[in-house]
Design a protein around this ligand. Structure first.
Ligand SMILES: C[S@@+](CC[C@H](N)C(=O)[O-])C[C@H]1O[C@@H](n2cnc3c(N)ncnc32)[C@H](O)[C@@H]1O
Length: 211
């Protein structure tokens, strides 16, 4: 049974979070962003906390956490501000808009973390590892740039690997259990979804691919 009062409070809370997004100097709407070169982009970043951790470790690089949901992104923005981390920004935009947001062939890393799996076959075009998105990532990445994907869902991950191979990406690092692997500790920084899945006993699949 839905309680209408809860519903009103929820809507108010969302409005409050959107206001926080609008008030933060590190949060940008698609319309307010100008084409520019950045080092690392996380697509579908959710609350952006993973990107904040990456940015804290690499203060000389410029990071962008991109998501369609500003109410989520504002959380990372306030965390970065509280910790004095100024090399990460939060951009409310769609993944299909990235060519208009970042200079071509300048990005060192693109992260796709726990993307919505869209399991239905006729929604495959919305998966952030669909060939149409891989082509956009390729256009942004430097010649030595890396696409890094983390996911809990084996079906989504296998499908993504198949797309990478079919589109002639080179797999340089691969693990079906990242946290038990000897791969970089930086890859093991946990996103918010990842923390949740690990608590539920799932493992993280990880791939690093280059063109
Ligand atoms: C399952 S959540 C994962 C969030 C975060 N990466 C994490 O691991 O905690 C997927 C996120 O992708 C975002 N998303 C889905 N499709 C997108 C698109 N086409 N462009 C930008 N963001 C998208 C959603 O809004 C959501 O925040």
């Amino acid at each position: 049974m839905l309680n209408p009062d809860d519903f009103i409070i929820t809507r108010k809370r969302k409005k409050y979070k959107f206001a926080k997004f609008a008030n933060s100097s590190s949060c940008f709407e698609f319309e307010d962003w100008q084409l520019q070169a950045v080092d690392v982009v996380e697509i579908g970043a959710g609350n952006g906390l993973f990107c904040v951790e990456l940015a804290a470790r690499r203060p000389h690089m410029q990071f962008v956490a991109l998501d369609v949901k500003g109410d989520r992104l504002q959380k990372g923005a306030y965390e970065a501000e509280a910790r004095g981390i100024s090399n990460v920004r939060f951009l409310r935009a769609r993944a299909d808009q990235i060519a208009e947001l970042f200079s071509a062939h300048k990005v060192r890393q693109i992260w796709v973390t726990f993307a919505d799996p869209f399991p239905r076959k006729n929604s495959a075009g919305r998966r952030l590892t669909h060939p149409a998105f891989l082509a956009r990532y390729c256009d942004l990445l430097r010649a030595d740039g890396e696409l890094l994907i983390k996911h809990d869902n084996r079906d989504f991950f296998h499908w993504s690997l198949e797309q990478l191979v079919a589109q002639e990406w080179r797999i340089t690092e691969l693990s079906f259990d990242l946290h038990e692997s000897l791969l970089s500790d930086e890859y093991k920084i946990q996103t918010t979804y990842e923390q949740r899945w690990i608590r539920e006993g799932l493992v993280t699949n990880f791939v690093n691919a280059r063109r």
